[in-house]
Ligand binder design. Sequence first.
Ligand code: NAP
Ligand code: ZN
Ligand code: ZN
Length: 347
Amino acid sequence: MITAKAWAAQTPTSELAPWQFERREVGAHDVQFDIQYCGVCHSDLHQIRNDWFEGIFPMVPGHEIVGKVVKVGAHVKKFKVGDLAAVGCLVDSCRTCSSCNDGLEQYCLNGATGTYNSREQDHKTPTYGGYSNTIVVNEDFVLHISDKLDLTATAPLLCAGITTYSPLRHWKVGKGHKLAVLGLGGLGHMAVKFGVAFGADVTVLSTSPKKEADAKKLGAHHFVVTTDPEQVKKAKGSFDFILDTVSAEHDLSFYLSLLKVNGSLICVGLPSSPFSLPAFSVVGGRKSVAGSSIGGIAETQEMLDFCAEKGIVSDIELIAMKDIQSAYDRMIKGDVRYRFVIDMATL
Ligand code: NAP
Ligand code: ZN
Ligand code: ZN
């Protein structure tokens, strides 16, 4: 077994603290890489707090993982020692169901294996994430990253990037569309970059007036403060798509009123409480409410290659492992500019 150093939550109410655990030996199809940087996703916070469901503790969060390969199994074909490597939210799936066959491992009908707070395909062994020094993953779930991009700023592409890229591609958002990105945080700022790259007219809908200048720098064409009734009035009925990245409870029918007839609101944010959805808010205007989860492995590689070609990375604040709690505190206040990334050398 490989002893890994990490920071873990021992219970849903405890702060993260140093912890050691065992990772499996490198199998014939496995890649081991030493983790250099790991992004901090709002999902990390949801999960260590049991916001969604009863988690598996101790929990080592982190699913925006980049580093350098230190060992490969005898049958590994896609990686060699010294290569850059990355892992996102998935480390395995059943590989036999219709979703897996369609490259939609995130929707595996038998339950994909998440990078942490999940179980291996034996449905027993818990998985531990990227707030650690090293990881062992089957090569089919390890991604290639370009050495042309800044490695620290590449880490968030593995979740914030693919989670916004995938729905924009699925709904073919681009030229001629008015896209609103709801919430300017980790996911939101990547949605702005991709929306602009795909040719859409992009508006940020935000509760934080002070983010306007940043939104414009990220490429957004317009900015609407959703707490300002005058600005909201002008935006009514104007968007083809709203990509909803909000992490906390919010009023869907208020945002649905900003869609055009036939418009779609796509949820990627995962508040812990259920939405209330008055029938009138979708019936009037033939509107859709949809959702999307991360992306499959092939699409994640496609997104990483697209980012390398276009020079797209995340805007990040690099932190030391010991500062994780204050990063979470700022995240809860919506004060993320626009992704925290942990420097694993500080572990
Ligand atoms: P984040 O960086 O904290 O950003 C969330 C943003 O939402 C905030 O910056 C804030 O933006 C806005 N917001 C927060 N509370 C709000 C409220 N009450 N009303 C309106 N807006 C509010 O979080 P993230 O890492 O981007 O993650 C966002 C959500 O997506 C989380 O729930 C996360 O679990 C989920 N997620 C889902 C997937 C998936 O596959 N579907 C993948 C990753 C993450 P403003 O200041 O601009 O208002
Ligand atoms: Zn995430
Ligand atoms: Zn499957």
